[in-house]
Design a binder for this molecule. Sequence first.
Ligand code: AP5
Length: 208
Amino acid sequence: MRIVVLGPPGAGKGTQAEMLERELGLKHLSTGDILREEVRKGTELGKRAEKYMKSGELVPDDLIVEMMEKEISKYDNFVLDGFPRNLKQAEALDKMCRIDKVILLEVPDEVILERLSLRRSCPKCNRVYHLKYNPPKENEICDYCGAKLYQRDDDKEEVIKKRLEVYRKETEPIAKFYREKGILVKVNGSKSIEEIFSDIKGVLGNGD
Ligand code: AP5
C-alpha cells in the first residue's frame, strides 16, 4: 500500500504516519525528518536546505525530487509525509510509482497554532509529542529512546505563518490533482489522535 498524507503544518501528518508505520507496517517517509537529519549531519544537501527551512519556504524541487526518488525506490509499501508539496512534485511522484490513497487532514489555523507552539520532537528517533495532548511520560524526555526533546526552529509564530501561507499557495492546489484521479479522501484532523487514526484506518479498509 502506498499512501500520501497531505495537510497544513501541524495537521498531524507525522503523528498519523508514525502510527500507520507501527500498526500497518508501512515505511514512514518524512521529507521534513530526512532534511532535518541532513542539516544535523552538515551534508551538502543539509547546507543547501537549511536556509529555506528556517524561513518556512520550500526547499527547491530538484533537491527534493532527487532525494525522494532514492528513498521511494527502497520500499514497496510506504506512507509519504511532506511530499509532494506542489504540483511539480506531484507530477514527479506520479512518474515514480502508483499511489493508492491520498489522505487530506483538514485542520483550522487556530488549532494549528496551538499544536505547533506546544510540540516537542525527538532529535534521535523523530517521535513527536505535544505537551498538552500527547505528553512524554517523563518531562521533555523521549519515551522510546530516552533522548532530550527539543522545539523545532521553524515552530516560531512568524515562521508558522509563512509555512501556512506557502501551504495555501503551493500545496493546497494538489488536492485537486488527486481528486481528479479519484484517490483523495478528506479526514477531519481536529479530532483526537486516536479518533483520526481510526477514521484513516476506516478509509484504508483496515477499520476495527
Ligand atoms: P515538515 O517537517 O514536513 O513540516 P510541516 O509540513 O510544516 O509539518 P509538521 O511536521 O510541522 O506537522 P505535522 O502535520 O507532521 O504535524 P505533527 O504530527 O508533528 O517540513 C519542514 C520544512 O522542510 C518545510 O517548511 C520546508 O522548508 C521543508 N520541506 C519538507 N518537505 C518538503 C518538500 N516536499 N518540498 C520542499 N520543501 C520541503 O503534529 C503537530 C503537533 O500536534 C504535535 O505536537 C502533535 O503531538 C500534536 N498533534 C497531532 N495530532 C493531534 C491531535 N489530533 N490532537 C492534538 N494534538 C495533536
